[in-house]
Write a protein that binds this ligand. Structure first.
Ligand SMILES: NC(=O)c1ccc[n+]([C@@H]2O[C@H](COP(=O)([O-])OP(=O)(O)OC[C@H]3O[C@@H](n4cnc5c(N)ncnc54)[C@H](O)[C@@H]3O)[C@@H](O)[C@H]2O)c1
Length: 256
């Protein structure tokens, strides 16, 4: 067998949550380009419809749903739509998350709950709904988007960092429990990636400072994460499960 065949995901069916912009859109785009059928979901109707249209115009087989991953009923509808339209679900990318910056001393109980619900519970809800389908299929692939903040102190984002560390833990447990059903579960931990969601935290002077701290000398782009997601989604990574791949331009190497 030509080993390069293992990188193909043609005709596989993928759901990408939070796919209206940023990293999720980048992942949906590379999957569509690789010939997968992609359902992009997002809580924002305007961006998800525009993203799906753009990818369809480029020849992709792409569908959009407006889905808030914090809501189990909306998640169930998303799964139903994927099955009705494409007949199966091979790949789930849990990309959507929510965060806001506040010091730990000012973090309220409601604030904590809101971030954990959007960033960690949402991964549970989507994985739970989709893994039941994958168990029936006796195959599947779940890719979670964590963060380098899972592995370091997360300044002014205690609930986010804890949630992303929770995503790493959930990745390992799901990998263990779902392996008998031929379902692999891995995650990606991005460093500083230039996306619409994060540009608001980074005025240009902060960006220059950040670049100076990153060994590879630049912020990441959505494509830097999308190519790793493609690897994890394909059979090229068929002996990997429970793993988290750090994609941070070497930033965490600089911290003792
Ligand atoms: N950009 C970075 O530097 C960075 C670093 C580490 C981890 N991440 C992670 O990567 C993922 C994507 O981040 P991004 O930078 O592309 O963000 P972004 O804000 O640019 O895009 C996120 C998308 O998710 C959608 N979304 C948010 N909450 C949702 C919900 N409850 N239901 C459905 N959709 C929802 C938003 O509408 C948006 O379209 C997130 O999990 C984030 O935590 C990003």
């Amino acid at each position: 067998m030509n080993l390069l065949e293992k990188f193909k995901i043609e005709n596989r069916v993928a759901i990408v949550t939070g796919g209206g912009q940023g990293i999720g859109k980048g992942i949906a785009s590379i999957f569509a380009e690789a010939g997968a059928c992609v359902l992009i979901s997002d809580k924002r109707e305007d961006t998800v419809l525009a993203a799906a249209q753009e990818l369809c115009d480029q020849g992709g087989n792409v569908l959009a749903t407006v889905t808030d991953v914090r809501d189990s009923r909306q998640v169930a509808e998303m799964v139903k739509t994927a099955l009705k339209s494409f007949g199966k679900i091979d790949i789930l990318v849990n990309n959507a998350a929510g965060n806001f910056k506040t010091s730990f001393l000012d973090l309220s109980e409601n604030g904590w709950d809101a971030v954990v619900r959007a960033t960690l519970k949402s991964v549970f809800l989507c994985s739970s709904a989709v893994s039941k389908i994958m168990v029936g299929q006796k195959s599947g692939n779940i890719i979670n988007v964590s963060s380098m903040d899972a592995f370091r102190g997360s300044a002014s984002a205690a609930a986010y960092g804890a949630s992303k560390a929770g995503v790493v833990s959930l990745t390992k447990t799901l990998a263990l429990e779902l392996s008998p059903y031929n379902i692999r579960v891995n995650s990606i931990a991005p460093g500083h990636i230039d996306t619409p969601g994060t540009s608001q935290w980074r005025p240009s002077e902060v960006e220059e400072q950040l670049k100076g701290c990153i060994p590879l000398g630049r912020l990441g782009q959505a494509d830097d994460i999308a190519t790793v997601a493609l690897f994890l989604a394909s059979d090229a990574s068929s002996y990997m499960t429970g793993e988290t791949i750090l994609v941070d331009g070497g930033l965490l190497l600089t911290r003792p």
